[in-house]
Design a protein around this ligand. Structure first.
Ligand code: CU
Length: 166
């Protein structure tokens, strides 16, 4: 009965068409990293540790390394318990299966950081670059957390980290 009544159905139609178009072009799930944080050591002379979760994409990849301009030395480690003894070993690379998550967390895989620079501490964040075997270089910001209130929350880890320093 009016111009308005005639155009309204057309406007409604536009949305389903647009969404269908986006879905058809959508990429496979991407490789990404989230939940990154740095935990400072209760002993300021000892290294800090970084934790995060890697979300695998459509294809399996290998994490070849992690770099930052804000620490003197960066290494990937894994904490394990062998014969009741807490130990740490260095990891050259970490496999990230397709569509799986790989978590770096206290008591497991972690990134050890020596001599985090004071500007990063003052900012409360650090920037990392993750290097993957498929050529992806993913930039990740991590929140810098204060050390645990009591070293007793993680006795094995803390003792290990301090040993590594000497
Ligand atoms: Cu370590």
């Amino acid at each position: 009965m009016s111009f308005r009544a005639w155009t309204a159905p057309g406007v409604r139609l536009a949305f389903p068409l647009l969404l269908a178009g986006l879905a058809a072009c959508s990429e496979p799930p991407p490789l990404y990293v989230d939940g990154a944080y740095v935990r400072l050591n209760a002993n300021p002379q000892a290294p800090a540790a970084a934790y995060f979760t890697i979300h695998g994409g459509a294809e399996p990849v290998v994490l070849r390394g992690i770099t930052t301009d804000e620490a003197v030395r960066v290494e990937m480690h894994e904490s394990t318990t062998e014969g009741g003894m807490a130990m740490m070993k260095a990891l050259d690379q970490v496999n990230v299966p397709a569509k799986a998550t790989v978590t770096f967390e206290p008591g497991g895989k972690h990134v050890m950081l020596w001599s985090v620079n004071k500007a990063a501490l003052a900012d409360g964040k650090m920037s990392f670059t993750f290097l993957f075997s498929n050529g992806d270089r993913i930039l990740v910001d991590a929140v810098v957390q204060a050390p645990p209130a009591s070293a007793a929350t993680e006795p094995a880890n803390m003792a290990d980290h301090e040993h590594m320093d000497h």
